[in-house]
Design a protein. Structure first.
Length: 607
C-alpha cells in the first residue's frame, strides 16, 4: 500500500456484553482518524448478514462506509481492513466479506493479529491438500472438490508447484486417474492410504485441543511427505465445527476408517498450529464444501490460527461462484504479495505485506530442508509474539529472546562455532527461564479467585493461564524435538527425556483443561451471540455449573503454580543432561522420500 493512500480500517467489537443492549460496534478509521461509529444490536445481526437481504440497515451502514471511502479518495483496488477488537466473541465467525465486498466494490481483508514474519520465496510452491468427508456430516464430492482446487493451485504464478494430496481411502483410485494435463513445472502426488494402523481418536462432541500432532490425518501427512521438502501451504477441504467458541475442522476417524455416522473427529487451532510449524508451512487455507456443517467453525478456526501464527490464514467456498475465483486470487497473492486477492474470501493478512514486496525470507537458491523450514517458522512465530508484547508495553521475555538467538545459530549455513549439544543446552535453559518469568509475572494476579460473573477478572485469569500454557508449550516442544534435530539425533537417548516430557505434557493438559473451563464460564456469563447452540452440545452451564467449573479451573491453576519450581527444574535437568553429553559424530542424512510404489505421481509435460 502506498504511503500516500490512507489506511482504511473497520473495527468490530462487542459492547454492552451481557446486557439487553449488547451490540456489535462498528468504527471506521481512515488515515488514523475516526470517521464513523455506530452499533447494531446482536439480535439484528442475522438480518444484516443474511445473503441477498437488502435490508435498510445494511444499505445504510455500507452506504455510509462507501461514501466516506470515496471522500477520502481511496482507489477501488485498495482494501478495506476488518479488525476484530476484544471482546469480539463469535463475531469473527461471520462472513463479513461476502456482505461488504460486493457493496463496496473493493477487496475486504481481515487484519492479522500478529506482526508479520519473513516468508520464503515460494519456489517451489509446495502445497499439501488434505480432504475428508466424514459420514457423520453431509456428503460432498471430494474428488470434484480436489480436482477444482488442484487445477487452480497449479495456475499459481510460481516457477514450480508441487501438490501433495491426502484424502479418504475410498477416493484414492478415483483421484489417481482424474487429474491430468498439468503444465510444465507442476507435479501432483496422490498418496495411497496408509498401511500403518494409526489410533482412532475418541469420539467427543467438544473440541479437545493441544499442540501435539495426535490426529491420525496429520500424523499420516507428516510421515509420508518427503523429509527433505519443506511445505509452503496446507489446504484443508472439509466441514467446519464449533464448540464453546472454538473452531475446528471435521475429519473422518482416520484416513482408512470412515464409519462413525454420529460424530466426526475435530482438530482445533492449537494442534494445527503445531503441525504447520513442524512442516515449516507459512500459510493455511480451508475450502468450505457445499452444505458445510459449520462455515462459522472454519472461520473461527482461521481466526484462532491467526492469533497463534504469523502468516496468511484463509477460508473460501469449494464450489463455483460468480466473479473471480477465490483460490486463484489467493495463490496469486501468496506468490505476488503486491496484488491483494480481489475475490470475496475470508483471509487474515498484515497490511504491511500487501501492496508491496512483502517480507522476503530465505532465497530460493538455498535448499531448505524441512527441519530448517520448521525452525525458521518457529523463529518467526516467536519473534512476532515478542513484537506484539513490546507493542503492548509488556516485558520482552529475556529467556525467550536468548533461546531464539541460540536456536537461530543452529540453522546458520556456516559451520557452528560450538557443538550443537551446547547450543541446544542454551536454548533449553532459555525456555526454562522464559517459563520462570511467566510464573513470576502471573502469580501476583492469581491470588484471589474471581466470581463467576466478574468478566474482567475472569478474562485476566484466562490471559494469565494462556501465557503460562504458551511458555510451557514452548518448553515441551523444544524438549520433544531434541532427538530429531541434526547434530543431536543419535546422541540422545529418548528414554532419558521421557520422564521430563511426561511431566511437561501432563501439566500442559492440566492448563489446557483449565483454559477450556474458563472459556465456558466466561461465555456462559456474557452470553455471546450464537453461543446457545454450542452449549447444547455439552452440559449447559447454569450458575451452579459455572461455579463448579470455575472452582475446578482455579484449583488446577493454583496447583500448577505450586508445582512450577518442579516443572522448571525438570527443564533445567534436561539442559544438564545435554551439558553432560560428549561430542559425537553427526547423525546420518535425512531419510529418503517414500517409495514411488506407495504413491501416484503426475508430472506436468505441457503436451
Amino acid at each position: 500500500m502506498s504511503d500516500s493512500i490512507p489506511h482504511a480500517r473497520l473495527e468490530i467489537r462487542l459492547v454492552g456484553v451481557g446486557t439487553p443492549d449488547e451490540a456489535a460496534q462498528f468504527r471506521l478509521v481512515i488515515g488514523g482518524q475516526k470517521r464513523l461509529e455506530l452499533g447494531v444490536k446482536v439480535k439484528d445481526l442475522p438480518a444484516l448478514l443474511r445473503p441477498g437481504n437488502a435490508s435498510p440497515l445494511r444499505r445504510g451502514i455500507l452506504g455510509n462506509v462507501r461514501d466516506l471511502l470515496a471522500a477520502a479518495e481511496m482507489p477501488d483496488h485498495e482494501p478495506l481492513w476488518i479488525a476484530f477488537v476484544s471482546p469480539a466473541g463469535l463475531l469473527p465467525g461471520h462472513s463479513w466479506e461476502a456482505v461488504i465486498q460486493p457493496e463496496l466494490g473493493r477487496p475486504v481483508l481481515r487484519e492479522a493479529y500478529l506482526p508479520p514474519a519473513p516468508i520464503p520465496e515460494p519456489n517451489p510452491l509446495s502445497v499439501v491438500v488434505c480432504a475428508s468427508a466424514p459420514v457423520a456430516k453431509a456428503n460432498f464430492d471430494v474428488v470434484d472438490s480436489i480436482s477444482r482446487l488442484v487445477a487452480e493451485i497449479a495456475r499459481a504464478p510460481a516457477p514450480d508447484v508441487a501438490i501433495h494430496v491426502f484424502a479418504d481411502a475410498a477416493m484414492f483410485s478415483q483421484l489417481s486417474g482424474r487429474i491430468e494435463g498439468l503444465a510444465p513445472g507442476r507435479s501432483l502426488t496422490v498418496y495411497e492410504p496408509p498401511s500403518t494402523a494409526y489410533d482412532t481418536p475418541e469420539a467427543r462432541m467438544r473440541v479437545v485441543d493441544g499442540p501435539e500432532t495426535q490426529n491420525p490425518w496429520l500424523r499420516w501427512i507428516g510421515d509420508r511427505l518427503p523429509p527433505g521438502e519443506p511445505v509452503s501451504v496446507v489446504h484443508f477441504v472439509a466441514h467446519g465445527y464449533e464448540s464453546l467458541g472454538l473452531g475446528a475442522v471435521a475429519l473422518a476417524e482416520s484416513p482408512t476408517r470412515n464409519r462413525d455416522r454420529a460424530i466426526a473427529r475435530f482438530v482445533g487451532p492449537e494442534q494445527i498450529a503445531g503441525f504447520l510449524t513442524r512442516l515449516g508451512a507459512w500459510a493455511v487455507g480451508f475450502a468450505s464444501p457445499r452444505d458445510n456443517y459449520s462455515p462459522e467453525g472454519l472461520r473461527l478456526l482461521a481466526d484462532g490460527l491467526a492469533r497463534r501464527l504469523p502468516g496468511p490464514a484463509f477460508v473460501h467456498d469449494s464450489f463455483g461462484n460468480d466473479g473471480p475465483d477465490p483460490v486463484r486470487e489467493m495463490y496469486r497473492h501468496l506468490c505476488e504479495p503486491s496484488l491483494p486477492p480481489m475475490a470475496p474470501i475470508t483471509t487474515y493478512l498484515q497490511p504491511s505485506t500487501v501492496g508491496g514486496a512483502g517480507l522476503s525470507g530465505p532465497s530460493s537458491s538455498r535448499r531448505r530442508v524441512r527441519w530448517v523450514a520448521a525452525t525458521e517458522r518457529f523463529l518467526g512465530q516467536q519473534r512476532s509474539l515478542i513484537e506484539l508484547e513490546k507493542g503492548r508495553g509488556q516485558g520482552t521475555g529475556r529467556g525467550r529472546q536468548k533461546a531464539l538467538e541460540f536456536i537461530e545459530g543452529l540453522i546458520d549455513e556456516s559451520e557452528p562455532a560450538t557443538d550443537p549439544m551446547t547450543e541446544a543446552e542454551a536454548a533449553v535453559r532459555g525456555y526454562a527461564q522464559a517459563l520462570e518469568e511467566a510464573v513470576e509475572s502471573t502469580a501476583p494476579m492469581l491470588v484471589d479467585r474471581p466470581a463467576p460473573n466478574d468478566v474482567g477478572r475472569l478474562a485476566e485469569m484466562s490471559r494469565c493461564v494462556s501465557q503460562l500454557a504458551g511458555e510451557l508449550g514452548n518448553a515441551e516442544r523444544i524438549v520433544a524435538n531434541l532427538t530429531q534435530q541434526p547434530g543431536l539425533a543419535g546422541r540422545l537417548d529418548p528414554a532419558d527425556l521421557a520422564p521430563h516430557l511426561r511431566l511437561l505434557r501432563e501439566k500442559q493438559i492440566q492448563l489446557d483443561d483449565s483454559q477450556r473451563k474458563l472459556g465456558a464460564v466466561i461465555k456462559a456469563t456474557v452470553r455471546l451471540p450464537g453461543h446457545e447452540a454450542a452449549f447444547s452440545l455439552d452440559a449447559s452451564l447454569d450458575s451452579s455449573n459455572a461455579e463448579r467449573a470455575l472452582a475446578s479451573a482455579w484449583d488446577e491453576v493454583t496447583q500448577f503454580l505450586k508445582d512450577a519450581p518442579q516443572i522448571t527444574q525438570s527443564v533445567h535437568d534436561v539442559a544438564g543432561r545435554l551439558s553432560a553429553e560428549t561430542a559425537a559424530p553427526p547423525a546420518a542424512d535425512e531419510a529418503s522420500p517414500p517409495a514411488e510404489s506407495q504413491t501416484r505421481k503426475l508430472e506436468g509435460s505441457g503436451e
